[in-house]
Design a protein around this ligand. Sequence first.
Ligand SMILES: C[S@@+](CC[C@H](N)C(=O)[O-])C[C@H]1O[C@@H](n2cnc3c(N)ncnc32)[C@H](O)[C@@H]1O
Length: 177
Amino acid sequence: MFDKLKLHHKDEILDVSAGTGLLADMVMQKSGPFKRLVLNDPSEGMLAQAKYLLRHHTKEIEFTSHFSENLPFEDASFTQIICLNSFHYYVDQKAVMAHFSRLLKPGGTLWLLDWNRVGLFKAAIFLIDLLSPEHINTRTLDETKKLCEEHGFTVKDEDRWRFRIWNFFFLKCERNA
Ligand SMILES: C[S@@+](CC[C@H](N)C(=O)[O-])C[C@H]1O[C@@H](n2cnc3c(N)ncnc32)[C@H](O)[C@@H]1O
């Protein structure tokens, strides 16, 4: 995701499931500070680690703790939304996509990287889902593209690749005017 992102200091950015803030730390070093950078994660434990990692940037970053199904920001608040390795955890993915569409300004970009439910990886996902307490709902690249298009996005770039047993996809989507 870091290699693909194109961010500008004028951007208003929401990382919806920022986790421990690893990506934010890298983008702050490369292109920050930004007009606005919100790191959101429903896990207070993850956020605590992100706050520590980014402790030298606390004035430049807002930390929030919401589920992506219920993001209480105003309409058209952001120029960039980042969703990294998290979409498969969302219980109501249609509601999340509706929020992404509502929160982005027209012409804004959704950057989405997640597991691609294809090939033998489907069996691995089945086992991970059995053994893990988390809700896991993976999609294929094509299913996710369709969901984006149904929510007012145009796909501008896409990619898919394997890493060991894992399959991933990447989507860059523009919010339609
Ligand atoms: C695998 S971690 C990825 C974190 C970060 N994006 C990264 O790549 O380092 C998945 C994150 O999704 C978050 N998460 C799980 N369910 C969520 C939900 N419904 N809404 C928002 N975030 C959620 C978890 O708390 C966790 O931090």
